[in-house]
Design a protein around this ligand. Structure first.
Ligand code: NAD
Length: 286
């Protein structure tokens, strides 16, 4: 199947990046967010990120205006009815995502593919809310989407080979490198990453070292480009907690239990970069 027009649901951190990349590669994009303010911010961010690419000579002014012309925005899910593919990138909440999949299934054409950018929620479960489980798949982009090469492609229990092959080829056509994984909690990316971040937070809680020192050990000692606590702040501590809870519930192993300090910070609203404070301080909210 040829994918031409796509819809991206959610214009937040991930959704605006996904919309950016599709539009940059010639696809018509319907960008939907239920919150008009978030939708406005998402569109502004796309413009700003294009300016960044122009400065680095990775795009031109013409690329920017052509891509922006390919994006239409809406607060109404019904506006996605004509697309070939939907990528859902809303809040990481199983109930809300399931609801959106059920609604999308009734709106889009019968051969359209429904993809989720979820970090950890079961693709098989989202698929079960639709009448087309063979056409539901995970398309897990990394943050920041215009920069990061990986797309983790998650095959639900009933995802068809045709859906998998279409989405894999599509990711390649966006200049990304797809890696296929099966649908188990946290897939590969977060199953490996989150226990490391959680352990770094335990080190802070137990006073093993200061956050700065922990990040320095992992950067200089292990060759990581970014320390785990800086990365946790970047992802959002609420998102990290939600993913750890999915790993803990889904795999039933106490090794995935979220560090109590992480829970306390989330309860206090110290969510990382987006609130200006997490393990490190950031000038103003983003
Ligand atoms: P975000 O909070 O920045 O954006 C979510 C957006 O969805 C918000 O603008 C919100 O208004 C909108 N929204 C919520 N409910 C909606 C609905 N019912 N209909 C339409 N819009 C709705 O979140 P994010 O960080 O972009 O994460 C989105 C998804 O991507 C999550 O599933 C997350 O797990 C996943 N993800 C996040 C990252 C990351 O680093 N932030 C990385 C990979 C995957």
């Amino acid at each position: 199947m040829m994918i031409q027009n796509v819809a991206v649901i959610g214009a937040g951190t991930m959704g605006n990046g996904i919309g950016h990349v599709f539009a940059q590669h010639g696809h018509g994009v319907v960008l939907v967010d239920s919150d008009p303010v978030a939708l406005g911010h998402g569109l502004e961010t796309i413009g700003r990120n294009f300016d960044r690419q122009i400065k680095k000579e990775k795009a031109t002014e013409e690329d920017k205006s052509a891509a922006l012309d390919r994006i239409v925005s809406s607060t109404d899910l019904d506006s996605v009815h004509g697309v070939d593919l939907v990528v859902e990138a809303i809040i990481e909440d199983e109930e809300i995502k399931t609801d959106v999949f059920r609604t999308l299934d009734a709106i889009v054409k019968p051969d359209a593919i429904l993809a989720s950018n979820t970090s950890s929620i079961s693709i098989t479960q989202l698929a079960a809310a639709t009448s087309r489980p063979d056409q539901v798949i995970g398309m897990h982009f990394m943050n920041p989407v215009p920069v990061m090469k990986l797309v983790e492609i998650i095959r639900g229990l009933e995802t068809s080979a045709a859906t998998h092959d279409t989405v894999t080829a599509l990711a390649q056509s966006l200049g990304k490198i797809p890696v296929t994984v099966e649908d188990y909690p946290g897939f590969v990316s977060n199953r490996v990453l989150m226990p490391m971040i959680n352990e770094a937070i335990f080190c802070v809680m137990e006073g093993v070292a200061e956050p700065e020192a922990i990040d320095t050990v992992m950067k200089l000692g292990m060759g990581h480009p970014m320390g785990p606590l800086t990365l946790a702040d970047f992802i959002g501590l609420d998102v990290c907690l939600a993913i750890l809870d999915v790993l803990h519930d889904g795999l039933g192993d106490p090794k995935y239990r979220a560090c109590p300090l992480l829970k306390r910070m989330v309860a206090a609203g110290q969510l990382g970069r987006k609130t200006g404070r997490g393990f490190f301080e950031y000038g103003g909210t983003e």
